[in-house]
Write a protein that binds this ligand. Structure first.
Ligand code: PLV
Length: 322
């Protein structure tokens, strides 16, 4: 069986435009060029490989899109069948890509939480393994490889890591990675959009909070409740939660396309928006984020395989950004 990981060692590049906007040297960890277009393949690939090694017969994965794409890619590599359950907000482009990867696709419910309920049911009936998009220790272990790569290529530890939070899998993986390389004092700036701000709400309440609905256009950040592990991470590391408007996330997507010539989903735009809107500088001014001279900030360009030019246009007109 294939033992090599399914993800690639992604490039870490300095961005002049993000550095200018952020008022500090900004490096982009380019997860958008991973197989299937996001960081998800790190954790999902690892999880699928491990459960396949233990003899599973097939996978069921509930997803806003990207976890499903990564799982379908992994299943294909492993020669195992997979059903991906997505909510109706997942676009036809993503459904087509999933089918091209050989996955059976089922659309269930309006938001990821609905699709997840159906996926658990299906996994039970089929006797297949359910692949969770953000809440599994093996998944975090896979995502942690991202931090190991940062450690391998940076001379000094970063002043901060900026990333997006949906259900908190990426966050938990980065925290696991920080522990592994002895960087647990590196602060994380966690970005969400209003209407998908389940992590922010949980931090404010000091316990898990379930949002009534996902109203943000960043559907890939749309888990109504974050994982318990995400909340625990805030006890172990300094995590600064920041929430942006949909308009800020979508503007950031367009700005990033112009600046770096790469198209990412609004989920990723949320993280980029913290730099483009000057939030990072604001945190520094307020003394919430230390910025030693010469230090670098890493932004995880989490990417997203489900966006095309036409969708960006549609999002802009939906939000009145013409
Ligand atoms: N998306 C999940 C959950 O959706 C999915 O099924 O694809 N950036 C991108 C491009 C993503 O697709 C996701 C997660 C995230 C960030 C957030 O990652 P998380 O869930 O690990 O915090 C509902």
């Amino acid at each position: 069986m294939d033992k090599k990981p399914f993800h690639i060692v992604s490039p870490l590049l300095e961005s002049l435009s993000l550095s200018r906007a952020g008022g500090t040297r900004v490096y982009m960890k380019l997860e958008n060029i991973q197989p299937t277009g996001s960081f998800k393949i790190r954790g999902i690939g690892h999880l699928c490989q491990e459960v396949a090694r233990r003899g599973c017969r097939g996978f069921v994965c509930s997803s806003g899109g990207n976890a499903g794409l990564a799982a379908a890619y992994a299943a294909k590599k492993l020669g195992l069948p997979i059903t991906v359950v997505v909510p109706s907000t997942t676009g036809p482009g993503t459904v087509r890509k999933l089918e091209e990867l050989g996955a059976e696709v089922e659309v269930s419910g309006q938001v990821w939480d609905d699709a997840n309920r159906r996926a658990l049911e299906l996994a039970e009936t089929k006797g297949w393994v359910s692949i969770h998009p953000f809440d599994h220790p093996l998944l975090w272990q896979g995502h942690a490889s991202l931090v190991q790569e940062l450690k391998d290529s940076l001379d000094t530890k970063p002043a901060a890591i900026v990333l997006a939070v949906g259900g908190g899998g990426l966050l938990a993986g980065v925290v696991a990675g920080l522990h592994q390389v002895g960087w647990q004092d590196v602060p994380i700036v966690a970005a969400e959009t209003w209407g998908a701000h389940s992590f922010h709400a949980a931090l404010a309440a000091g316990r898990l909070v379930t949002l009534p609905d996902i109203t943000s256009v960043a559907k890939c950040l749309g888990a109504k409740t974050v994982s318990a592990r995400a909340l625990e991470c805030a006890q172990e590391c300094q995590i600064i939660s920041q929430v942006v408007e949909d308009t800020e996330a979508v503007r950031a997507v367009e700005q990033f396309l112009d600046d770096e010539r790469m198209l990412v989903q609004p989920a990723c735009g949320a993280a980029l928006a913290l730099l483009y809107t000057g939030r990072l500088q604001q945190l520094q001014r307020e003394g919430r984020l230390r910025a030693p001279l010469g230090s670098v900030v890493v932004v995880v360009v989490c990417g997203g395989g489900g966006i095309q030019a036409a969708q960006l246009r549609a999002l802009k007109s939906q939000l009145g950004l013409e």
